[in-house]
Design a protein around this ligand. Sequence first.
Ligand SMILES: O=C[C@H](O)[C@H](O)COP(=O)(O)O
Ligand SMILES: C=C(OP(=O)(O)O)C(=O)O
Length: 350
Amino acid sequence: MNMPLKTELTDQTAASLALHRQEVILPTPAELKQEMPASDFVIRQVSEQRQAIRRILQGSDDRTLIVMGPCSIHDEVAALEYGRKLKALADAVSDRFLIVMRAYLEKPRTTVGWKGLLYDPERTGAGDLNGGLRRSRRLLLNLAAMGLPLATEALSPFAMDYLGDLVSWTAIGARTTESQVHRELVSGLPMPTGFKNGTDGGIAVATNAMKSASHPHHHLGVSATGVPAMITTRGNPDTHLVLRGGRGITNYDADSIDRAVSALAEAGLSTAVMVDCSHDNARKQAERQLDIAREVMAQRRAGNSHIRGLMLESFLEPGRQDDGGDLRYGCSITDPCLGWVQTEALIRSL
Ligand SMILES: O=C[C@H](O)[C@H](O)COP(=O)(O)O
Ligand SMILES: C=C(OP(=O)(O)O)C(=O)O
């Protein structure tokens, strides 16, 4: 196992650079995967789950894809308890829904804040990617062992190299959909990926992202063995739009969805749409997700076959809490979530 190692920078330029940044050596993706391998069974399961998601997005399976779970994971014990409950629910409704668990390990921040288990698992502010990578991979392995398909937000362009083999669906968030680096990343990802609309509610950034990510790219990266590499990607044919509202405006109503579908069709892109019932659509009030999910499913039942998925933020306990002191078990420390009781009742009622 690689021990953390602070590099000594020797020449003068490097010394001045060292004032601005420090380096802690991490395991390479290949080393971490060797230390914590995914079994052949899990690899096959992930591949089948990705295929099942693709079938829904392409319309050959008319179930609804639901990506749901905590806004962020800060406590692995609570995440595993949530995963067990979710798996039982997912099995019970599998004739109507394909449920994928949000196992979000990286959080994009509007300015600053805790960036997720991957970066700072003890939430001390000091950062610990060595610990975060291992704890993140262990958690995904344990959740995958339950048979759950897993979703993450792909934020760091490098994190997927460590964890992507366990992920069945991923999102590019509202704050990064416009980023060329993220579009290049998605172009090389092996799983279906949703691009969120921008934080201002505009969908053009997402349709541009889908076009860009469907093409091959060459970009600067790091190989599985940790050396600089030119990465050549194939283009990802399995991207779709996620409507999450923006700047006080919601976009889950029938007119907004129609406008989005027309824009996608005009651009020659997949018209499969997922509605994120949380974020700006819920105006950060978790309980609004209940009505939004019902309203969107009603549109679907009324014949809007472009609606293929929902996203929900849900955890064991409702609401959110500020981090620090005695934390309420199973309650979000980032955005507010539905509690489990509300979540289960909602899914069964849909
Ligand atoms: O989904 C979570 C948050 O909306 C996102 O990470 C931004 O959070 P922030 O505005 O609290 O930084
Ligand atoms: C940060 C998230 O969403 P968005 O990018 O829509 O804000 C999220 O889904 O956790």
